[in-house]
Design a protein around this ligand. Structure first.
Ligand SMILES: NC(=O)c1ccc[n+]([C@@H]2O[C@H](COP(=O)([O-])OP(=O)(O)OC[C@H]3O[C@@H](n4cnc5c(N)ncnc54)[C@H](OP(=O)(O)O)[C@@H]3O)[C@@H](O)[C@H]2O)c1
Length: 320
């Protein structure tokens, strides 16, 4: 089961979702800070490079929502977490197999419940939870946002009742090398002849750099004053989606005229693209975009500007 040598260092951290875009950035930051990090993965063979970082141990164990939710899972997961003191959960999905909320419920809520129950049984006392701006169990506009809200609420309640210090993070869209946001639009722009028909073009975002997100999580590990806090993460500037797409396309060498679609056409596009390979845009994504993904007034902003970092990885880029 074990792929790399056992890690070294002080606190041992169980990092769920550590193979993803944010997870990789955080794993690197944790490694540099001297933590020992365990990353379970469903696809260890794809992520062996992660184990080149000092202190990182990849384990070939499916942290799938279905597995976590199984009756046997809590005990075995508690065993796996037994010598760890911190659990970080970054697991999340943007699309589900069917448009009924079940996939989101399983990946966000059930997974969180089972992971935290196991963490509690293992004696873990610190939990960092990745949520999203706009997550709201009751008023969320999409299955994604409601399930993210339920998971976040549940984590905080469970933490209070079981003596686990819980801090959740609510980022806007996250950018950085290998992001699935700007890179995806550049890829699409490269296919468009001059004009880019864009759904929900006036949706608002405050893109936050993945390095800043990782730094916030890292600093929260030892900060017990953040127990119970729900922290919004936004970059320095708010943008309309049309501005971001135009900027990314131009920076990558594919300048395009952005044609904002009317609402009815955005809905039609979502219905159609839901059936395209990789589900580039779905009805649930459309619903999520109806809620501005920007931070509350007065919320401190993260420092890194999009314009400082994005050109480094978008420049003349045609493929993800
Ligand atoms: N990226 C953004 O712009 C953004 C914005 C707001 C909030 N967030 C939240 O931040 C977190 C990380 O996002 P990300 O961009 O890093 O996502 P990502 O690149 O898609 O990575 C997601 C991670 O979750 C794991 N995962 C997905 N479904 C799973 C399942 N059913 N069971 C077990 N593991 C599963 C993946 O493992 P595999 O590699 O094995 O699939 C991967 O490690 C998510 O919770 C997301 O909702 C992201």
């Amino acid at each position: 089961m074990q792929v790399t040598q056992p890690p070294f260092g002080a606190k041992k951290i169980m990092l769920l979702g550590g193979t993803g875009f944010v997870g990789r950035a955080l794993a690197g930051a944790l490694s540099q800070a001297g933590f020992s990090v365990t990353i379970p993965s469903r696809h260890v063979h794809r992520h062996r490079d992660l184990a080149l970082n000092p202190g990182i141990r990849l384990i070939d164990r499916a942290p799938a929502a279905s597995d976590m939710a199984s009756v046997r899972a809590p005990l075995s997961w508690a065993e796996l977490m037994s010598d760890h003191s911190v659990l970080i959960n970054l697991v999340g999905i943007l699309n589900e197999p069917k448009h009924n909320g079940v996939g989101f419920e399983q990946a966000h809520v059930t997974f969180t419940q089972t992971a935290l129950a196991a963490a509690s049984a293992a004696g873990i006392t610190r939990y960092l939870h990745m949520s999203a701006l706009g997550a709201d169990a009751v008023n969320g506009r999409s299955f994604y946002l409601r399930s993210k809200g339920r998971a976040e609420d549940w984590a905080h309640e469970f933490g209070e009742q079981n003596g686990i210090g819980v801090t959740s993070f609510r980022p806007s869209v996250i950018f950085g090398p290998h992001d699935a946001f700007l890179n995806r639009f550049v890829q699409l722009a490269a296919l468009m002849p001059g004009v880019f028909p864009l759904a929900c073009a006036d949706a608002l975002f405050a893109p936050v750099f993945v390095g800043d997100v990782a730094a916030q999580l890292l600093s929260a590990i030892e900060s017990s004053e953040l127990n119970g806090r729900r922290i919004e993460l936004c970059g320095p500037t708010d943008y309309r989606l049309r501005e971001l797409v135009a900027y990314a396309a131009k920076t990558a060498g594919h300048p395009r005229l952005i044609l904002g679609l009317p609402d009815w056409a955005s809905r039609v596009q979502a219905r159609l693209l839901e059936f395209a390979p990789g589900k580039p845009f779905t009805r649930d994504n459309y619903a999520s975009l109806q809620t501005p993904s920007v931070c509350s007034v007065g919320c401190p902003r993260q420092p890194t500007r999009l314009e400082t970092i994005a050109p480094q990885y978008l420049h003349k880029r045609t493929r993800v």
